[in-house]
Design a protein around this ligand. Structure first.
Ligand code: NIG
Ligand code: FE
Length: 416
């Protein structure tokens, strides 16, 4: 089997360890100023300094079918976006205007808008329409360098509509170049009909929806919005434990707006990742570090909600592995651009470029359970990579407001 050699590239990549990168390891990356990557059968067959890679290929008589001079461009792994609600039917621009005028996110949700208005839009859309709208947004993310993406349901809130969303999400994985990780989030809001009696809806979630989702066989994770006015810690625990019994992996929206001890529940249940954490307290962050729970931080959401950013620096000091995600959704954060997220992480959360890179790639891959396949440029992993319009990943923070992603490759093939 022959392969394609990308040479004269300034390669930077995190490297696999036995666990998500925490503490000082978050900022440790490998780099080769004059590097090369050899792709065979969609996988990385060799990577490193160009001279060593060429020598290794010659030594084993590898057939180089094609060569590409990258002209010194920075090469990094494709972005892994571990938290999105990108499957939606309609935008909510009017609501954004209301927020600009002073209404809060939870006030809008409490008045039947917000997530609940997205639920109505999904209901009104055919499966085909929902797929088409979502595909457009996913392909836009691909243009910004996202090659793997987690996508949550949660704008259905009844069994039929949630299963419809999950079918659309599965189809994205089949009909776009991205690897898609489906998450069931039936506990994204309390449906209007259950206002004031969320426990009754938790019964439905546990007794009807989760078994149906399990039977459908698409969702890999189950997520809950644990928040003031949405699901309490005991309700969230009940839903997540039921999902775990059915063999699903877990994640949780924790302490996004208020500190409701969601991060503590994340540690107690040892979920894969706790997400948002803008209001998480120190004690619970320490518990997360001890339990090895990844923090998915979403700086574009803090930006869009005009909230203080999650304390990623403190998380890293405490030994919590940090992943970065877009949270792309029509309400709290309409942003599918990982370069924007990267820039915010460096400029507003004081993460180093190396820490942000690990957060957007390998730690994010751990957060979605795909660490053996994607998230770093290492032999045997998928050749998912980006060429940037700059000498190093620093360009992602330095060149603000544009996307320095010039070329996107998935399994070694040019896709955007
Ligand atoms: O992660 N917090 C809950 N879910 C999303 C918002 C979804 C929406 O407003 O439609 C979030 O911020
Ligand atoms: Fe979210």
């Amino acid at each position: 089997m022959g392969g394609k050699l990308f040479y004269n590239a300034a390669i930077t990549t995190p490297l696999m360890g036995g666990a998500p990168a925490a503490g000082a390891a978050q900022g440790r990356v490998a780099s080769w100023e004059k590097g090369a990557l050899f792709v065979e059968g969609g996988l990385v067959a060799a990577v490193g300094g160009e001279a060593e890679v060429r020598a290794a290929l010659a030594a084993k008589d590898a057939e180089i079918e094609e060569e590409r001079d990258c002209e010194g461009a920075a090469m990094i792994p494709g972005f892994v976006d571990p938290h999105t609600h990108i499957c939606f039917a309609a935008r909510r621009e009017k609501e954004f205007t209301m927020r600009l005028q002073g209404k809060t996110y939870l006030e809008i949700l409490g008045a039947g808008g917000g997530i609940l208005s997205s639920v109505n839009a999904v209901k009104a859309a055919s499966e085909e329409e929902l797929f088409e709208t979502t595909r457009e947004n996913v392909l836009s993310a691909l243009n910004f360098g996202t090659t793997t993406m987690e996508v949550k349901s949660g704008y259905g809130l009844d069994t039929a509509e949630e299963l419809k969303m999950l079918r659309v999400i599965a189809r994205l994985g089949e009909e776009t170049p991205l690897d898609i990780v489906p998450t069931f989030m039936g506990a994204h809001a309390v449906p209007a009909e259950y206002k004031g009696r969320a426990d009754d809806f938790v019964d439905i979630l546990v007794d009807e929806m989760l078994p149906a989702v399990k039977k459908q066989g698409i969702a890999r994770y189950c997520d809950v919005f644990c928040e003031t006015g949405v699901y309490t810690v005991p309700q969230s625990r009940r839903i997540l434990e039921a999902a775990r019994k059915l063999g699903m992996k877990l994640r949780i929206h924790a302490d996004e707006v208020d500190d409701t001890q969601g991060a503590g529940l994340a540690a107690e249940l040892r979920v894969a990742s706790a997400e948002h954490l803008l209001a998480a307290n120190e004690k619970n962050l320490k518990a997360m570090a001890a339990a090895g729970v990844i923090a998915d931080v979403l700086p574009a959401t803090a930006y869009s909600l005009r909230k203080p950013y999650a304390d990623a620096r403190r998380m890293i000091e405490l030994g919590v592995p940090v992943a970065l995600a877009s949270d792309c959704n029509p309400g709290s954060c309409f942003c599918e651009s990982m370069p924007f997220v990267f820039g915010l992480a460096v400029m507003n959360m004081n993460m180093t470029v190396e820490e942000a890179l690990t957060g957007c790639t390998l730690n994010a891959a751990w957060a979605v359970g795909l660490q053996d396949k994607v998230g770093s440029l290492e032999t045997g992993k998928q050749a998912d990579f980006l060429l940037l319009d700059g000498d190093s990943p620093t360009i992602l923070a330095y060149h603000a407001g544009v996307s320095p992603v010039m070329e996107v490759y998935k399994k070694g093939v040019y896709v955007a």
